[in-house]
Design a protein. Structure first.
Length: 268
């Protein structure tokens, strides 16, 4: 059937979701699901479910988009509710670069040891660490200490939240910013970029390094973040190129479980 021959990129699907949100707000009585179905029909599908299914089937296979990861780092999870270790495990995570390549990033813990008070919080922190490594592997960016030179006023008006400064191999800069999706900070960031000549790009859901929205999150979700890439007018890297690298590779680079072979429930 025709709908199955239509190919949509993740970015196109994200743009359709945004358009549905705008249509819902502009049309009294229209639900978000109805708006999604309307947009799906306009793109050649009978409903939103069929569009989402076709878009998922059209994703490039990991083999075709694979980034070589010929190294590995050992990440250790430690559950320490009190003074004694209740549980620990190791995960050998494939990486694009040797371990020392990642040491300059402040979110990488010493000796790659992740220590929390509960199993759930430890696993969440390890998954965030995995996303941090995936971000660096996909983008080839290096951590930078150029924050003060890029934001001489300490970025007070830029809506910065869970932000990091990065540089390319030829000393061009990108700032990753992860304000919570439903907060006003995201729009503040965009307005600041436009006023100051910065380029920016908001990434689709599920791509980020902190507390990222999943594909199931509503557009006004206030519990998770959205990743916004920002590039200064001088010595700025190509924000669209970096974004497309993430869109193409982020999912495959995160396809590794960070939990132990046995969960606390299994062990009991």
């Amino acid at each position: 059937m025709a709908p199955n021959r239509i190919s949509l990129s993740p970015l196109q699907v994200e743009n359709i979701k945004r358009a549905a949100t705008k249509r819902k707000r502009a049309t009294p009585g229209l639900t978000h699901s109805e708006a999604l179905d309307q947009l799906a029909t306009e793109h050649g599908f009978s409903n939103w479910s069929l569009l989402a299914k076709a878009a998922n089937q059209a994703k490039p296979s990991p083999g075709r988009a694979a980034i070589p990861r010929n190294f590995e780092v050992r990440v250790s999870g430690w559950v320490i509710p009190e003074r004694q270790v209740a549980q620990f495990w190791h995960v050998y995570m494939p990486s694009r670069y040797p371990e020392k390549h990642y040491r300059g990033f402040r979110r990488i813990p010493e000796h790659w040891d992740v220590k929390r008070r509960s199993f759930e919080s430890t696993l969440t922190a390890m998954e965030q660490l995995r996303m941090n490594v995936a971000f660096m592997d996909a983008t080839e960016l290096l951590p930078s200490k150029a924050f003060v030179s890029l934001f001489p006023d300490f970025g007070q008006d830029a809506g910065l939240d869970h932000h990091c400064v990065w540089r390319t191999a030829d000393a061009k800069y990108i700032v990753s910013n992860e304000p919570y999706r439903g907060s006003s900070k995201r729009e503040v960031t965009k307005r600041w970029c436009e006023a100051n000549g910065w380029s920016y790009r908001e990434l689709p859901k599920s791509i980020g390094m902190h507390n990222t929205c999943s594909a199931e999150c509503p557009d006004d979700c206030t519990f998770h973040t959205a990743l916004v890439l920002m590039s200064p007018p001088k010595k700025g890297a190509d924000v669209d190129l970096i974004a497309e690298r993430l869109i193409a590779h982020f999912e495959e680079l995160n396809a590794i479980a960070m939990g132990p072979e046995k969960t606390p429930a299994d062990a009991s």
